[in-house]
Structures are given as C-alpha cells and as structure tokens.
Design a protein around this ligand. Sequence first.
Ligand SMILES: [Zn+2]
Ligand SMILES: [Zn+2]
Length: 106
Amino acid sequence: MYEDEVKVEEAETPTYQDETLVCVECGKEFIFSAGEQAFYAEKGYTNKPKRCKACRDAKKNAGNPERQYYYAVCSECGGEAKLTFQPSQDKPVYCSACFEKRRNAR
Ligand SMILES: [Zn+2]
Ligand SMILES: [Zn+2]
C-alpha cells in the first residue's frame, strides 16, 4: 500500500538532468543544469537558453559601455575627430591622423 503511494508522488515530480547546450554566440558548450531547468519550468519558459552564462553577462553589460566618445570637427583637415574627452570650444581638436602628424612633426 505505502509503496504504491510513494511511487505516485515520484511520478508527479518532474526530474531534470543536466543538459549540454551549444552557445549560439561563442559556439562553446555550456551546461543547462537541472536546477536551471526547474527554474525555467517554474517561470513557464518553454525555450532553452541560447547563450552561455558568459555571453549572457556580456549582453547585460553591453547596455552601458565603459567608454564614451565625442565627435568634433578636426581643426586641421575638417574631418571627423573621434575624442575620448568632451571637446572644449576654445581649444583646437584633431582627428587621430592629424594628431599623429602633429606629434611626429615635433
Ligand atoms: Zn557563449
Ligand atoms: Zn584631421
């Protein structure tokens, strides 16, 4: 009697096994663990993760790039100057090519 009851309970609980998936981003294999599968099922997600944890974290951080660039007109050639600092009005700015030229001219 008791044994039958235990069996029924076990059948109702879905069992998960670690699954090896291939990341679409970097092509590396990663583990979709039993715990994660249970978490996904609980949330109602039907899709398996496409990316490994490293790539997912990279995507998350992509929203706030570390370096900000400013664009200005080069005082030398009039071309686009890409700057890592905010250009000030009273100082000339140079594009990387002109900056190199001026530095080498010294
Ligand atoms: Zn990856
Ligand atoms: Zn220039």
